[in-house]
Design a binder for this molecule. Structure first.
Ligand SMILES: Nc1ncnc2c1ncn2[C@@H]1O[C@H](COP(=O)(O)OP(=O)(O)OP(=O)(O)O)[C@@H](O)[C@H]1O
Ligand SMILES: [Mg+2]
Length: 113
């Protein structure tokens, strides 16, 4: 199994959630995060020509655990809904998950995802 952690623009939440649901991925977590990418935030221009930098931006992190065979499908759904083509579109991290347990039934592994 894989855990997909996708950092997205907050305004893309509904689109990404719907795309994941349409692709068959229902269970997920949304985490509010504050972060920065390679641009180190964004520079704002003031009226008098002065500028200031906001170096940590609010983003959302979507955590979704999927079967190994479904990982690419989930990633494609996220990218399809989250991408604008502009800087700050986000980033996706994929990591292995050792085990999953459904508390109600005791099912484990891919049966429990
Ligand atoms: N290397 C990283 N490790 C952890 N979180 C990151 C990393 N890079 C980006 N993030 C998180 O993802 C958010 C969005 O990053 P962003 O899309 O700006 O990445 P980028 O690498 O700067 O790409 P781009 O050039 O398209 O903006 C950041 O605000 C931060 O929360
Ligand atoms: Mg960036």
């Amino acid at each position: 199994m894989k855990k997909i952690e996708a950092i997205i623009r907050p305004e893309k939440l509904d689109a990404v959630k719907n795309a994941l649901e349409d692709a068959g991925f229902i269970g997920l977590n949304i985490v509010h995060v504050t972060g920065r990418g390679v641009q180190k935030g964004i520079v704002h221009g003031g009226r008098g020509g002065e500028t200031y930098t906001v170096d940590m931006l609010p983003k959302l992190k979507i955590d979704v655990v999927v079967r190994d065979a479904d990982a690419q499908k989930a990633v494609d759904a996220i990218i399809g809904a989250a991408k604008t083509g502009n800087i700050g579109d986000g980033k996706i991290f994929i990591m292995p998950v050792e085990d999953v347990i459904r508390v109600r039934t005791g099912e484990r592994g891919e049966d429990a995802v």
